[in-house]
Design a protein around this ligand. Structure first.
Ligand code: DPP
Ligand code: ZN
Length: 843
């Protein structure tokens, strides 16, 4: 298949004035009757070509007269009048046979849809592109008790329900749900006093898992009013939980559809991390109502316009609801684990890509998370007040439009008078900038000398310097702050900044709050790191000093056989003991860089990373931490115990997170006694799962894993945890075997994306296990990707990113992975999705 290019964008030759759809639902033979008003686009005349895939056209009419269009596998063409006209067509589709989970499909007997990015064309013939926006009216006919679509409810009666969405929208935001569902209802009054009916629709039996999502929804609605001045705009807001879903959730206008794992929550079945993620995803999808739906994307190259901004907004929301410091650290950890990894391998692409074969392959960490970082940098550069003004102008100027990154940047230029042409490189240049800094103390003046460099990425050998906001603070050698945070604006390849009026040579805290998504290298020593860990007023850099220290130490342990250094152990212990610090922060301070991150760092330092050596170094360091902290750990465990019923709030969760970080270390010393006790007495999933994880990590826990299964066999979401954890926590030489054994389990319902990811996402996340000698993990994943690709290309393509780092490794591993990728590539019926991914990885 040919790539599509951003530069080839042309508007559609027709406007859609209104859309009327009738669905006669039937699992194997659903009829969709469309009646659509088109009018010629006088500004951009063009041919009348509609998208359509897998549709069985029964008849078509224009202005009431039968026509016989030319139909291909992917399109429909016909002659049309040079004036407004009514298009009518009836197609038959087969939701029951739709395993790709794009378009209209069935999940546990319930009809549901997923149309982003290009699923609507599997429902009816239509200009399936985001710049064609229209109001939709929908009539659903079936004998199912609940029938939902976008917008406000209209007439309903025996066997039918009608919906009308007054807000013009692109087809990717269309949604339909019908099934045997029950509602968890609530209401919300907007700040202008409009009453909105809220519902979370679930399968009978799941009503008890909706309260948290509902609270998150109301909090999101309030927050968007208060912080962005955005009010909800329909009479109802419906959320539906679906078990079989490729993504996390989908922001369809007025009818959000969620992967059940991203909305259902209860203390018994969900961990603190689940609660936080659910809150954030509910917020994310709700925030799309303005950033995505009211203002949408002109074309799919602009995906970051809605996703980067909406991720940024959900990150702000979580910070406001919980802790800004902890959220920033969590986001940096995720960015490094997923986006830096992507940005430094064969799948690197700009935040706004310029070509693609399959758009589903570009719902990536780069578009989402780096896209959000770019907005954070913009805000830091212009300041909070100008950011608010620019956003108000954006909503005002572009409401109801399908926009581009140029439109977005223009509101900032118009608000601030800044020229953002250099800043725009953040949208067009792939790759993670390397920022290095050296310090100089000369004649009582302190200098920071910066250099930036972005390595080549596929198709982009040379990079221009970027605008990098570098937040810097200075401490004196006693640890007192002598210069509060100031944002330096770097625009050159090399640039120096001078600081005068200092009594002594200061200690620099650079890139505070992770002010840019770059890889920083800074010459420093253990004493300076320990000083920053103890005294930095910037919580991110306080944490980062420890993280950078651990990374260097682990690299030296791998390459030189260095022992765990007591300077590191002492500094972390001091943080652990500091009761002035938030427990959630102290838990993060006990964490170590991921093994994948260490592999990349070693690779960049000129070594061929050995995943087993990295694993061993981490094990050694963790063991040393446990021993070094053994007097403190029992007290932490005791202090973090909470009485009373489980509460999912940030403070309670932070205590559990510190307690469980301590438990992991204690398990190294007591052979799992404390963890087994916690497992036995746990009355919530956070404590139960953490205890099981501790046991599996030290090679124990077989009995507990069996008990866990017996207890949770009936709960599909908890069973995903059961599948995932055993693989994630397996010793390197056992991970692939355990994964393989789990694929033979009768509950391995692999066509369910959550279940497939539970096993194979966990296998690739277990770096030493996935890359264990012999290549068994590679072969196993390759076989299953081939199998999944035939039923669900989108998820297969996504999971194939497990291989994206393959060129870092030694010749044997490379040969094994190459063979797996080439076997996939040679499959005659490989999907466009997976074919594109495999080809990019092999190039
Ligand atoms: N549902 C996905 C998201 O919200 C795609 N829009 O990011
Ligand atoms: Zn989104």
């Amino acid at each position: 298949p040919q790539p599509v290019y951003l530069r080839d964008y042309r508007p559609f030759g027709y406007h859609v004035d209104e859309v009327h759809l009738t669905f006669r639902l039937d699992p194997g033979a659903t009829r969709v009757i469309a009646r659509i008003r088109f009018s010629p686009n006088r500004d951009a005349p063009g041919p009348f070509v509609l998208d359509g895939e897998g549709l069985d056209l029964k008849w078509a009419r224009i202005d009431g007269a039968a026509i016989y269009p030319e139909v291909t596998e992917t399109s429909l063409t016909c002659e049309v009048p040079d004036a407004p006209f009514t298009w009518e067509a009836e197609v038959e589709i087969d939701p029951a046979a739709n395993t790709a989970l794009e378009g209209l499909y069935l999940s546990n007997g319930m009809f549901c849809t997923q149309c982003e990015a290009e699923g609507f064309r599997r429902i009816t013939y239509y200009p399936d592109r985001p710049d064609v926006m229209a109001p939709f009216s929908v009539r659903i006919e079936s004998d199912l008790p609940v029938m939902l679509s976008n917008g406000n409810p209209g007439a309903a009666g025996e066997g039918f329900a009608e919906w009308h969405d007054p807000w013009p929208k692109p087809a990717y935001l269309f949604a339909l749900v019908a099934g045997d569902l029950v509602a968890y209802p609530d209401r919300f009054t907007t700040r202008s006093g409009r009453d909105v009916a809220l519902n979370i629709w679930v399968r009978p039996g799941d009503e008890g898992k909706c309260a948290w999502g509902m609270e998150a929804l109301k909090a999101s609605m309030r927050w968007d009013e208060e912080v962005y001045g955005r009010e909800y705009d329909l009479e109802v807001f419906n959320i539906v939980a679906v078990d079989d879903f490729n993504m996390g959730a989908m922001e369809n206008k007025g009818l959000n559809i969620f992967n059940s794992s991203c909305v259902l929550a209860s203390a018994d079945t969900s961990t603190d991390a689940d609660f936080e993620r659910i809150e954030a995803i509910i917020a994310h999808e709700y925030f799309h109502n303005w950033t995505g739906n009211r203002i949408t994307c002109r074309d799919w190259f602009q995906l970051c316009l809605k996703e980067g901004l909406t991720v940024f907004r959900d990150q702000q929301f979580t910070g406001d609801m919980r802790s800004h410091a902890v959220k920033r650290i969590d986001d940096a950890i995720t960015l490094r684990a997923r986006q830096f990894r992507e940005d430094n391998g064969p799948l690197a692409h700009p935040v706004r890509p310029e070509s693609f074969v399959e758009i589903n392959n570009f719902y990536t960490a780069t578009v989402y998370e780096k896209g959000a970082e770019v907005i954070g940098m913009l805000k830091r550069l212009v300041g909070d007040a100008a950011y608010s003004k620019a956003l108000a102008l954006y909503f005002d100027r572009h409401d109801g439009q399908a926009c581009t990154i140029e439109d977005w940047l223009k509101v900032f230029e118009d608000t601030t008078g800044r020229d953002l042409s250099q800043f725009k490189h953040w949208y067009s240049q792939a790759g993670t900038p390397r920022l290095s800094v050296t310090e100089e103390w000369r004649d009582g003046v302190f200098h920071l000398h910066f250099e930036q460099h972005t390595p080549p990425t596929p198709g982009q050998p040379d990079k221009a310097p970027q605008v990098i906001p570098i937040a810097v603070g200075l401490l004196n050698p006693n640890g007192d702050e002598v210069l509060p945070t100031r944002v330096l604006e770097m625009t050159e390849a090399k640039q120096s900044f001078a600081f005068e009026g200092l009594a002594t040579r200061p200690v620099a805290s650079v890139l505070r709050d992770f002010s840019a998504p770059v890889i920083l290298s800074q010459e420093t020593d253990n004493a300076t790191r320990a000083l920053l860990m103890a005294h930095d007023t910037d919580p991110f850099n306080k944490w980062e000093a420890g993280r950078a220290f651990a990374k260097d130490l682990l690299c030296r342990m791998v390459t030189d056989g260095a022992p765990p250094e007591s300077a590191y152990l002492d500094a972390v212990l001091a943080m652990l003991r500091d009761e002035g610090l938030d427990p959630a922060f102290r838990a993060l301070a006990l964490g170590l860089p991921s093994q994948d991150d260490l592999a990349q760092t070693l690779y960049e330092r000129g070594h061929t990373p050995d995943p087993l050596a990295i694993h061993d170094a981490v094990e050694t360091l963790v063991q040393a931490m446990a021993q070094h902290m053994q007097d403190t750990l029992p007290r932490i465990l005791a202090d973090m115990v909470q009485d009373g019923p489980f509460r999912p709030d940030a403070a309670s969760a932070g205590k559990r997170s510190l307690g469980n970080a301590a438990l992991a270390l204690v398990s190294r010393l007591d052979g799992g006694k404390a963890a087994a006790a916690q497992f036995a007495s746990a009355d919530n999933m956070t404590q139960q799962l953490a205890a099981l994880a501790c046991l599996l990590t030290i090679g124990k826990g077989d009995a507990q894993a069996r008990a866990f299964r017996d207890q949770w066999q009936h709960d599909r979401l908890v069973m995903n945890k059961w599948f995932g954890l055993q693989v994630a926590r397996a010793a390197p030489d056992r991970a692939a075997d355990i994964a393989e054994k789990l694929t033979r389990d009768p509950d391995f319902t692999w066509k369910n994306p959550n279940r497939f990811r539970a096993v194979f996402g966990s296998l690739s996340a277990n770096a030493a296990g996935f890359h264990a000698p012999g290549g068994k993990g590679y072969g196993l994943l390759g076989d299953w990707l081939g199998k999944l690709d035939a039923v669900n290309p989108q998820t297969a393509a996504r999971v194939s990113t497990a291989f994206e780092t393959w060129r870092r490794y030694d010749a044997d591993r490379q040969a094994q992975i190459r063979a797996v990728l080439e076997t996939l590539a040679a499959k005659p019926d490989l999907s466009r999705d997976t074919a594109e991914m495999v080809q990019r990885m092999l190039e």
